[in-house]
Design a protein around this ligand. Structure first.
Ligand code: BGP
Length: 465
């Protein structure tokens, strides 16, 4: 049978600071690593984005009209502490206070991500996450936000897609004068983020009673290409390395044994200081947030040196690990115009696995379809493909709830069009269209897409079709 969605289900939507706000250097904001990226000629960059910084009141009014129960957004660390670990910028705090107050006035629950890819540039200059001092800078920053906004924000997320930053650093981008860190350095960064996260979980529970906090990992299931046992091992390996190795540290406070053996075998395990194991044990999350877009299909390495291949339609992300696994095609799933696998059933499967593995409530903090939406002559945007995508995922969520999954809410990507990590505004996700005009850099007016009306209806019926 199909269970009904719980009465308090959080129908929401997501954005991140650097992809929506703009105003990259206004009112005392310091630069972040993302501000330093270069962009393809003619595409919008993160410095203007959707200009939400200046138009948040209009945006919140549209969210209220859609009936959103929750809005998941991130705070730009360098807006509130411009150099990451020094002076606090009151104007930065004031922006988020006004945003949070506007949401609360409309009865929309704010869900705040502390850090979504945009490390303050000043910290990056000092070594970024490779520098252990960044751990304490993050804890201080988290304490500031929890104490400023804890009375109005009940749900918090630590770090968005730490696994993407570690496994696919090129997916976020590397400033022109930098090189991608090697794997050993990446896993050391990862370890420091894990320590920072555990400390913030502990801080939140010790000093801010009643608030709930969790990790936000990009989580998905892996299918074996065939029923050949070696393919099953390869799929299991990649699922462990990509998902469970991150969530296990976050939830259980210790490294996954298989992942640790893999890191040691390759000489890329992080250096642990005495006491680190204890720090990881210190804090536990209240829920697990997952970003879910698609599944992948995996075959055993053929040992021919060709395991790594660019993902179809997205040259930025490399899939495959030499000697460990290779990506394969799945004839049973569809693809978005950007080549991302469309697999709603995979969401149900992933929710079941996360539920069984961790026994915690789950919040979906991202899911969505990037497509080149068309603004018609009559001013409409008919994104039926997005409606079909989201509808199919919602039905699978409902089945997962029937399966026994404790699902808290659904915050699709994105509340409003935002800058895509690499395709500017060519690739859009929002319920609300941001008109950047023909030269991609003007107008910025907001237009409700067909999916806006559809989602409003879904929420009004609490997801029951
Ligand atoms: C997730 C990120 C988001 C967002 C989304 C869509 O990994 O957390 O920030 O960018 O992916 O990705 P893209 O813009 O590359 O299509």
């Amino acid at each position: 049978h199909r269970a009904a969605f719980p009465a308090d289900f959080l129908w929401g939507a997501s954005t991140s600071a650097y992809q929506v706000e703009g105003a990259w250097n206004e009112d005392g904001k310091g630069p972040s690593v993302v501000d330093m990226l270069s962009h393809p000629e003619g595409t919008a960059d993160f410095r203007v984005a959707s200009d939400h910084y200046h138009r948040f009141e209009e945006d919140v009014a549209l969210m209220a009209e859609m009936g959103l129960k929750a809005y998941r957004f991130s705070v730009a660390w360098s807006r509130v502490i411009p150099d990451g670990d020094g002076e606090v910028n009151p104007a930065g705090l004031d922006f988020y206070r006004r945003l949070i107050d506007a949401l609360c006035r409309q009865g929309i629950t704010p869900i705040v991500t502390l850090y979504h890819f945009d490390l303050p540039w000043a910290l990056e200059q000092k070594g970024g996450w490779l520098n252990r001092d960044t751990v304490e800078a993050f804890v201080r920053y988290a304490r500031l936000l929890l104490s400023e906004f804890g009375d109005k924000v009940p749900l918090w997320l630590t770090i968005n897609e730490q696994n993407t930053m570690i496994l696919h650093p090129g997916a976020i981008g590397v400033p022109p004068d930098r090189e991608l860190p090697d794997k050993k350095a990446l896993y050391q960064q990862n370890h420091h983020m894990m320590l920072a996260q555990a400390k913030v979980f502990a801080l939140c529970h010790d000093a801010f009673k009643g608030l709930k906090i969790g990790p936000a990992i990009n989580t998905t299931s892996m299918y074996a290409e065939t029923c050949k046992p070696e393919d099953a091992i390869a799929a299991h390996n990649w699922e462990t390395l990509r998902c469970w190795s991150f969530l296990d540290v976050a939830v259980h406070g210790r490294y996954n044994a298989l992942a640790w053996a893999y890191l040691q075998d390759r000489g890329i395990a992080p250096a642990m200081l005495p006491g680190d194991a204890g720090i990881l044990q210190q804090g536990k999350p209240d829920f697990v947030a997952i970003n879910y877009y698609s599944t992948a299909t995996i075959a055993a390495s053929r040992g021919d040196g060709n395991d790594v291949s660019p993902r179809a339609g997205d040259q930025q992300i490399m899939l495959g690990e030499a000697g460990v696994y290779r990506p394969a095609e799945n004839p049973w799933v569809g693809k978005t115009p950007y080549g991302w696998v469309v697999d709603p059933v995979g969401l149900r499967l992933t929710l079941r696995k996360v539920c069984e593995r961790y026994g915690l409530p789950i919040l979906i903090t991202e899911n969505g379809m990037g497509a080149p939406d068309k603004l018609e002559q009559d001013g409409t945007i008919n994104d039926d493909y997005r409606i079909a995508f989201l509808e199919a995922h919602i039905r699978q969520m409902q089945l997962a709830i029937s399966d026994g999954v404790d699902l808290m809410g659904y915050c699709p990507w994105a509340a409003i069009d935002v800058v895509s990590t690499h395709q500017g505004y060519a690739k859009r996700y929002g319920f609300i269209y941001v008109d950047r005009g023909e030269d991609d850099l003007k107008a910025l007016s907001r237009i409700r897409k067909r999916s806006f009306w559809w989602y409003k209806d879904v929420i009004a019926k609490n997801g029951n079709s």
